[in-house]
Design a protein around this ligand. Structure first.
Ligand code: NAP
Length: 243
C-alpha cells in the first residue's frame, strides 16, 4: 500500500517531526519535509533519510500563511502523480507564561500555528485523499490539550482545539477510507523542552521519565499503517502514564 505514496510531515526539520519523517521513509513513503526557517537542519534530515536508502524532499513554508501553504501544496500535487496519502500535522510552538501575564501575541501565535496550520495544510489535501479512496491524517496534539497544564493556557487550548478538529474531520471522512487521529505526547526530549522545570515535570509522570522522539514516531507509523484501518477519531496518549 505504501509503496507508491507520498507523506507530508509539517515541522519536520527537527525533533518529533524529523523522527516521524525518518520512520515513514523506512516504511516506504516518499517523505516531504515541511519546515519554516532552518534550511540547514531540514537539509540534514533529508540527507540522513537518503543515506538510509529512503526518498525525501524539502518544502519550506510557514503553515500559518494560508496563501503560501496553498501555493506550495498545489505545486506538490501538480509536480508528481503519486498521491499524498499521509499527512502529519506536527508543526507547533509553545510560549509558556502564567495566564495573567500572557500577551495577545503569545496567545495568537500558539493558537494560529496549531489551528490555522491544521486548516491551511489539511484542507487542500483532503479532497485528493478522498478521490484516491485512501488517506491517513495524524495530528500531533499534546497531553496538555487533554488534561490542561499550568502556564500553558494558550498551548492547551490550541491542542484541545486540534483534538476537536480531529474528531469532527474523522466523522466526515470515515466512509472514504481516510482516517483522522491524534497523538497526545507527554514531555518529549526535544528543543521544545529546553528551560522546562524538568524535576517538577518528572514527579507528575508515572514512568518518571520523559519520552523519546522515536516513541512518538512509532505510534504515528502505526496509525498510518494498514493495521490501523479501523481506527479513526482517536487520541493516543504517549505520555508514560500521564493523563
Ligand atoms: P521542535 O523541536 O521545536 O520543532 C518544531 C518544528 O516545527 C520545527 O521543524 C519547526 O521548523 C517547525 N515549525 C514551527 N512553526 C512552524 C510553522 N509556522 N510552519 C512550519 N513549520 C513550523 O518541536 P517538537 O518538540 O519536535 O514538537 C513537535 C510537535 O509535537 C509540536 O506540535 C508540539 O506541540 C508537539 N509536542 C511536543 C512535546 C514535547 O515535549 N516536545 C510534547 C507534546 C507535543 P523551523 O525550525 O524551521 O522553524
Amino acid at each position: 500500500m505504501a509503496g507508491a505514496k507520498r507523506a507530508l510531515i509539517t515541522g519536520a526539520s527537527r525533533g518529533i517531526g524529523a523522527a516521524i519523517a525518518r520512520g515513514l521513509a523506512e516504511d516506504g513513503y516518499a517523505v516531504i519535509l515541511n519546515y519554516r526557517s532552518r534550511d540547514d537542519e531540514a537539509e540534514a534530515v533529508r540527507a540522513s533519510i537518503e543515506a538510509a536508502g529512503g526518498e525525501a524532499s524539502l518544502c519550506r513554508f510557514d503553515v500559518v500563511d494560508g496563501a503560501a501553504a496553498e501555493a506550495a501544496l498545489e505545486g506538490l500535487l501538480a509536480a508528481d502523480p503519486r498521491p499524498i496519502g499521509v499527512l502529519v500535522n506536527n508543526a507547533g510552538v509553545n510560549d509558556d507564561v502564567p495566564f495573567p501575564a500572557m500577551s495577545r501575541e503569545q496567545w495568537s501565535r500558539v493558537i494560529t500555528t496549531t489551528l490555522d496550520g491544521f486548516y491551511n495544510v489539511t484542507r487542500p489535501l483532503v479532497m485528493p485523499m478522498v478521490r484516491a479512496r485512501w488517506g491517513r491524517i495524524v495530528n500531533v496534539a499534546s497531553i496538555s490539550g487533554v488534561i490542561g497544564n499550568r502556564g500553558q493556557v494558550n498551548y492547551s487550548a490550541a491542542k484541545a482545539g486540534l483534538i476537536g478538529a480531529t474528531k469532527a474531520l474523522a466523522q466526515e471522512m470515515a466512509k472514504r477510507k481516510v482516517t483522522v487521529n491524534a497523538v497526545a505526547p507527554g514531555p518529549i526530549e526535544t528543543d521544545m523542552l529546553e528551560g522546562a522545570p524538568l524535576e517538577h515535570i518528572l514527579k507528575a509522570i508515572p514512568m518518571r521519565r520523559v519520552g523519546t522522539v522515536d516513541e512518538v514516531a512509532g505510534a504515528v507509523r502505526f496509525l498510518c499503517s494498514d493495521s490501523a484501518a479501523y481506527i479513526t477519531g482517536q487520541v493516543l496518549g504517549i505520555s508514560g502514564g500521564l493523563g
